[in-house]
Design a protein around this ligand. Structure first.
Ligand SMILES: Cc1cc2nc3c(=O)[nH]c(=O)nc-3n(C[C@H](O)[C@H](O)[C@H](O)COP(=O)(O)OP(=O)(O)OC[C@H]3O[C@@H](n4cnc5c(N)ncnc54)[C@H](O)[C@@H]3O)c2cc1C
Length: 644
């Protein structure tokens, strides 16, 4: 007798994507069930023991600004924290925190276990249940509508939306040289059956790969041969909700060492035994997280590569050898690692390995992360072809929000490339032809001076408030912050100081050139050697403002010209972005479109002219044809009959 359970949302997977998705849905009041192969793997970090870093720190801040959990969770469980790229401009400043992996997972599980409307279920989801809604295959409308999921025990969970976040588990296999095990990461049980459901629903699947380095017994390493890497003296939290006083903790160090010619010779001599170079691995790996084999082959001219030794936690001796992920056989790993200064006597606790797994091509998703083929079915995380905890969490949050908005009949949340790194991430996944795991980088964001990690709350809190994940109090706080910033900028622009002797003396004492003529305090603030704090002596009547406000004032005044220019570019960009393309458009009817463009537009069904212009194979001439067609037939399409 089949047992059936009624719920609102089913989240398949409790990794970084699944946790954010499930918390978003349940915090919005929807009954949610989150499934995992093993509750001990909730928010597991199967690879690097850190959260954040270049561009990934931006994602974590944006997740937090929208009401997600990752930022709060790492603030409670980090063991070292560092603001990266501080010698460069604020656009690339990025927070990175070393996590205590076990504590990170435990803390997130506690949050899930104590979340109202949320049920955790250890079970493999083996099938997606959906009813047919349309015969067509042109994706102009969904062919199915989700009705539920089935688990391995046969029990059916009826739901109104489901979110697939299976990460690196689906049909996973792990490779250490010739040794191949059919498991998920870290020896966890893999999942298999969902593949059939994807095939049945006509959702194409592909194989991607990831790799991770060995874990070693830290007691067997000689740190005197490495360069210590300390955290920041004053720690800045990831979350806007975290009291900075609570993160000034005793930190653990990391260490830097290097590979050398001997390491590279061992690898070159055994390339034929590497599953990557022996062609055993089918999946495509990430260009920007290369294995040590790839580095030695692709950057042959380099005589050494960075190796960071990172603790995995406070209550373990295990350390992570960042920069040497590999799938070489065990005997080769034993020899190659021991050539690295400080690792001469290392004991490997866990071998480096490669994992390949099933994932989808995110081109078949809408910008809401809903699948085109099955309405109410969403996908997020590594399953969408991305790579990284932060990328996964960002997608999970957006998928959770949009599944909830759909059930509640509310406006979905689609962030533009000009508003957020999350907008860049999802637009790239859905619009670009990503042939390898997609990793976020600052260079992917056109408007990165506006999308800084320090202003994520000012950019996104209002969206979190609109969807219901940010409280009135949090929203009021950020509105007040913006008001104080604007007011202080105006005040500094309005106050002029002259070349009086006392001002000249003050400037001299602060290593700054004397004034030729009078100028505003704002102009003075543009001098690189001066800062908001250092001009305090010339500004006796200044109001007492919190650091989070004065930091924004300083950045906005210093980079005013660049910011204004980027804002003008955004205006141009958003004109195209706001030019919506009706969902039901028949591209066969747009006569003068080139064949390649027609095929691409029919496959991707872009939501806007802006998105259409980013499709490879769609030229500016094709966009012009489309614009003329839309103008000519504007009346043919019902008002706002556009894709959300
Ligand atoms: C070996 C390895 C190396 C990696 N290397 C890198 C790297 O170098 N750089 C980088 O940025 N990222 C790397 N990653 C990726 C990183 O770990 C992932 O990006 C991140 O964990 C993805 O999060 P996720 O939520 O999408 O999936 P995961 O964290 O993989 O979580 C998936 C969840 O789904 C559950 N699940 C799966 N199938 C089912 C089912 N049918 N029913 C129920 N539950 C199911 C699992 O139990 C798990 O809870 C690596 C990962 C691995 C495993």
């Amino acid at each position: 007798m089949e047992y059936r359970v009624k719920t609102d949302v089913c989240v398949i997977g409790a990794g970084h994507a699944g946790c954010e998705a499930a918390l978003a849905c349940s915090r919005l009041g929807l009954n949610t069930v989150i499934f995992t192969m093993n509750t001990d793997s909730i928010a597991m970090m199967p690879c690097n023991p850190h959260i954040g870093g270049s561009s990934k720190g931006h994602l974590v801040r944006e997740i937090d600004a929208l009401g997600g959990e990752m930022g709060k969770n790492i603030d409670k469980t980090f063991i070292q924290s560092k603001m990266l790229n501080v010698s460069k401009g604020p656009a690339v400043h990025s927070l990175r925190a070393q996590a205590d992996k076990a504590e990170y997972s435990k803390e997130m599980r506690m949050v899930l276990e104590n979340q109202e409307h949320l049920t955790i279920r250890q079970a493999e989801v083996t099938d997606i249940l959906a009813e047919k809604t349309a015969e067509n295959d042109d994706l102009s409308e969904a062919a199915y509508r989700i009705t539920g999921v089935r688990i391995a025990t046969g029990t059916v969970y009826e739901c109104r939306a489901a979110i697939i976040c299976t990460g690196t588990y689906l049909n996973a296999r792990c490779l250490v040289g010739e040794s191949i095990t059919e498991t998920g990461p870290g020896g966890m049980q893999r999942s298999t059956f969902l593949r059939e459901a994807m095939d049945r629903l006509g959702i194409p699947i592909r194989r991607f790969k990831a790799g991770t380095p060995a874990r070693m017994d830290g007691r067997t390493l000689d740190y005197s041969k490495m360069k210590i890497q300390e955290g920041d003296k004053e720690v800045i939290p990831f979350s806007y909700s975290t009291d900075p006083a609570t993160v000034q903790i005793e930190q653990m160090p990391c260490y830097l060492t290097y590979t050398n010619q001997e390491t590279h010779d061992i690898i070159r001599a055994n390339l034929d035994r590497s599953p990557i170079y022996a062609g055993i691995i089918e999946g495509t790996g990430p260009r920007y997280c290369p294995s040590i084999e790839d580095k030695v082959v692709k950057f042959g001219e380099k005589n050494r590569h960075h190796v960071f030794v990172e603790p995995e936690g406070r209550y373990t001796n295990q350390v992570y050898i960042d920069g040497m992920s590999s799938s070489m056989p065990d005997d080769v790993q034993q020899r190659m690692y021991r050539t690295v200064p400080g690792l001469e006597n290392c004991v490997i606790v866990k071998n480096a390995y490669a994992i390949e797994y099933d994932c989808i091509d995110a081109n078949q998703l809408r910008l809401t992360l809903e699948t085109r083929r099955v309405s109410g079915l969403y996908c997020a995380g590594q399953f969408n072809g991305s790579s990284g905890y932060e990328e996964a969490a960002a997608q999970g949050l957006i998928a959770g929000i949009n599944a909830s908005m759909q059930i509640m009949g509310k406006e979905p949340l689609v962030l533009k490339r000009s508003e957020a790194y999350i907008g860049v991430l999802i637009d790239d996944l859905v619009t670009k032809n990503n042939l390898e795991p997609y990793r976020m980088m600052t260079s992917r964001a056109e408007y990165r001076l506006l999308l800084r990690q320090d202003n994520a709350d000012l950019r996104l809190r209002h969206y979190g408030y609109r969807v219901g994940l940010i409280t009135q109090e949090q929203y009021d706080h950020v509105c007040e912050k913006q008001r104080l910033i604007d007011e202080e900028i105006a005040r500094l622009k309005s106050i002029r100081i002259g070349a009086a002797q006392k001002n000249q003396t003050y400037l001299k004492e602060h290593g700054s050139a004397p004034l030729g003529t009078a100028c505003s305090l704002a102009e003075l603030l543009c001098r690189p050697e001066l800062g908001y704090e250092s001009i305090a002596g010339l500004d006796p009547d200044r109001p007492a403002l919190p650091g989070e406000v004065t930091r924004q004032v300083e950045i906005n005044i210093r980079y005013e010209g660049y910011i204004a220019r980027q804002r003008r570019q955004v205006e141009q960009f958003e004109k195209m972005e706001n030019r919506r393309i009706p969902e039901s458009i028949d591209y066969d009817d747009v006569s003068s479109l080139r064949l390649e463009a027609r095929q691409k537009l029919k496959k991707f069904r872009p939501a806007s002219i802006g998105q259409a212009s980013r499709l490879s194979g769609v030229t500016p001439a094709d966009v012009a044809v489309l614009l003329v067609y839309l103008e000519k037939f504007r009346t043919r399409f019902k008002p706002n009959q556009t894709e959300k």
